[in-house]
Design a protein around this ligand. Structure first.
Ligand code: UPG
Length: 373
C-alpha cells in the first residue's frame, strides 16, 4: 500500500514525491498526461534540436537550496537568457536597459544618466499612486511612451484583457535596468538542463519508493485510495468541483516550424509586442547551442481555452482564489492533503518557485508528522 499519492508529475509533484520517498514514504505518482515533467516537458525533434513542448523554459534562481536540489539530477548548460523585442521595425534589447533607450530615442546617454531620463519620461505621464494595476507599475517606472511601445499591446495579447485589469504583480516580473545588463534574469544561478527537463524530472522520480502511473485521471480513481497523504498539484477549482465558480487560465497555441537555414534570429526568444498576432518567436537551438543545418522555431499565440498554462491575475480570479484557499487551509489542517504548485495554489510561480514551495511544504509536513508520532 502507498503512504502518499502525488497527483501530477510536473516539477511540483516530482519534487514532493522525491522528498517523501527519501523520508521512507511509499509514494504513488499519478499523472493525467502520457509523459512526466508537466509543462516543462521537452524532447529532441527530427532536426536534433531540443524543443520545449509547452513553450520556452529557462531555469533561474537565487535560492541555493533549490539550485542544489536540481543539480542532484542534472548538469546545467551555462545559458544566460537574452531577449530582443521587435519594436518600430527593429530588434532592441528587452527588458528595457540603457541600450534600449539609445536605440529607441536615438540618444547617446551614459548609464548614470538613465535614471534621470526615465524620471522625466515618468513625470510626463499619468498613473495611480500607489499603483493599482499592471499599467500603473510600468508607467511609474518608464513612462507612457515606453509602456505603449513594449508593454501595452503585448499584455493585451497575452492576457486577452486590458492591462488595467491585471494585478500589479504581473508587471513586477520584468525589471527595468539603468545599466547595460542585457540579460532577462539577474539571478545567481541560471541554465538549461544539459539533457533536457524531461530527463531531469525522470531522474527526480527515479527512486525505489516511487511508483509512477501515466495517463491516469485522478478524479476517476480518487475514491479507490485512502492514503495517509494526498499531494495535489492540479487545477485548484477542479479539485473542489468549481463550487466558487471557474478560475480563469490562459493558454497558448504553439506553432512549430522547421526552416531550411542554420539560424532564424540572433537570440532564443524575440518578443513581438505590436503588429502581429503572436507574442514571441523562440528558436530552440540557441538554448543548448545545438548544431544543425536546419532550425526549429515556435510561434506563440495566446488563447483562452486549452492547456492551463497561466493563472490570470484579475481581481475577480484573485477573490475566487481566496475562497478556494480557505477550503485548502481546512484540508491541509487535517494533515491529509497538501496543495502545491502553479495550478493548485493558483499562483504565477516560476519553475524555481514551484520547487521551493514543494521543498518547503513537504519538509514542514514531515517535521510536523514526526512531532505527532
Ligand atoms: N510583458 C510585456 N512585454 C514583453 C514581455 C512581457 O508587456 O515584451 C508583460 C506581459 O504582460 C507578460 C508579463 O510581462 O505576461 C510577464 O512576462 P514574462 O515573465 O516574460 O512572461 P512569461 O510568459 O511567464 O515568461 C516565460 C518565462 C520566462 C521566460 C520567458 C521566455 O516565465 O522565464 O524567460 O517565458 O522568454
Amino acid at each position: 500500500m502507498f503512504d502518499a499519492i502525488v497527483v501530477g508529475a510536473g516539477l511540483s509533484g516530482s519534487t514532493a514525491a522525491r522528498i517523501l520517498a527519501e523520508a521512507g514514504y511509499k509514494v504513488l505518482v499519478i499523472e493525467r498526461q502520457k509523459h512526466v515533467a508537466g509543462h516543462c516537458h521537452d524532447y529532441k525533434d527530427n532536426n536534433g534540436i531540443t524543443v520545449h513542448t509547452y513553450g520556452p523554459h529557462i531555469f533561474h534562481t537565487n535560492n541555493r537550496k533549490v539550485w542544489e536540489f536540481v543539480c542532484r539530477f542534472t548538469e546545467f548548460y551555462f545559458y544566460q537568457h537574452r531577449v530582443l523585442s521587435y519594436v518600430e521595425g527593429r530588434f532592441v534589447p528587452f527588458p528595457i536597459n540603457r541600450d534600449t533607450l539609445v536605440e529607441i530615442f536615438g540618444i547617446n546617454i551614459a548609464t548614470y544618466e538613465v535614471e534621470e531620463f526615465l524620471e522625466k519620461e515618468v513625470k510626463k505621464s499619468k498613473f495611480n499612486v500607489p499603483p493599482r494595476n499592471f499599467r500603473d507599475v510600468v508607467v511609474s517606472q518608464v513612462g507612457e511612451r515606453l509602456y505603449e511601445l513594449f508593454f501595452k499591446n503585448y499584455t493585451k495579447k497575452q492576457w486577452g484583457r486590458e492591462p488595467e485589469e491585471l494585478a500589479p504583480d504581473v508587471a513586477r516580473r520584468i525589471p527595468v535596468r539603468t545599466n547595460r545588463d542585457g540579460r532577462y534574469f539577474s539571478d545567481k544561478y541560471q541554465g538549461i538542463p544539459a539533457e533536457g527537463y524531461t530527463k531531469m524530472v525522470e531522474k527526480i522520480l527515479n527512486h525505489p519508493n516511487i511508483v509512477l502511473m501515466l495517463g491516469i485521471d485522478y478524479f476517476e480513481v480518487r475514491d479507490l485510495f485512502k492514503p495517509k497523504l494526498t499531494v495535489y498539484t492540479g487545477e485548484l477549482d477542479k479539485f473542489f468541483d468549481y463550487v466558487y465558480g471557474k478560475l480563469e487560465y490562459r493558454s497558448l497555441k504553439l506553432e512549430l516550424r522547421t526552416l531550411e537555414q542554420e539560424f532564424y534570429q540572433p537570440v532564443s526568444v524575440v518578443n513581438y509586442p505590436n503588429d502581429y498576432d503572436w507574442t514571441r518567436v523562440t528558436e530552440y537551438k540557441h538554448f543548448l547551442n545545438e548544431k544543425s543545418e536546419r532550425t526549429t522555431i515556435c510561434y506563440e499565440y495566446p488563447i483562452e481555452e486549452g492547456e492551463p498554462f497561466y493563472v490570470v491575475m484579475t481581481q475577480d480570479n484573485l477573490v475566487k482564489r481566496e475562497k478556494y484557499l480557505k477550503e485548502v487551509e481546512k484540508l491541509e489542517k487535517t494533515g491529509e492533503f497538501l496543495f502545491i504548485g502553479r495550478l493548485a495554489e493558483y499562483k504565477y510561480y516560476n519553475m524555481d518557485q514551484a520547487i521551493e514551495a514543494a521543498l518547503e511544504k513537504i519538509t514542514k509536513y514531515l517535521t510536523n508528522s514526526l512531532r505527532s508520532d
